[in-house]
Design a protein around this ligand. Sequence first.
Ligand code: NI
Ligand code: MN
Length: 224
Amino acid sequence: MKITWYGHSAVMVEDKKKILIDPFIEGNPTATVRKEELHPDIILVTHGHGDHLGNAIEISKKNDIKVVAIYELAEYLSSKGVDALGMNYSGTFDFNGIEISMVYALHTAGISEDNFQHSGGLPCGFIIKGSKIVYHAGDTGIFGDMELIGKLYKPEISMLPIGGFFTMGISEAVLAAKMLNTKYVIPIHYNTFDLIRQNPEDLKKKLEGIANVIIFKPGETKEF
Ligand code: NI
Ligand code: MN
């Protein structure tokens, strides 16, 4: 399995198929690619905030692929002509033998486009079960049911926001990693903007002997 981080929460998980999550590319000061260069097989969006929905609409239309999101956000995307699939918590979608499950996230979820006229339902995270089990937490504060996610899905690789201010910071991410009982933590949602400055090395130190913190440079790909 290959994972590429484009900065912020934008990630490509490649495991026979290319799964693009939260494609905030245009306007992302850390992005190293252009939206036209991305050719995923499916897109997952955790919530309607602009730094997550990002360029999902254009990329899905250009590549003629589905966008998976929570039901209300999917309805909104359908109204924009997107081939959207609306799911809800604990649901699982089989995508060519890769199981994609939707899990809870503790955040807000209004759709930034059209000035928050649409609720966008609720935010979510995703579990991707391919050759490895990956958890993308989306934007979230810490919540006790991460322990349940750990027990139920047993994520080996967990992408956790660490920027603070809008999401968990480093101390929360440390506890989250413990609750998830995950082998690897990939920090996301930090250093994109001034409000979310963090040093991921601090997370690495605090999780020494508990989980391996894998720090990506924007645009970097690593094999798991
Ligand atoms: Ni958000
Ligand atoms: Mn965000």
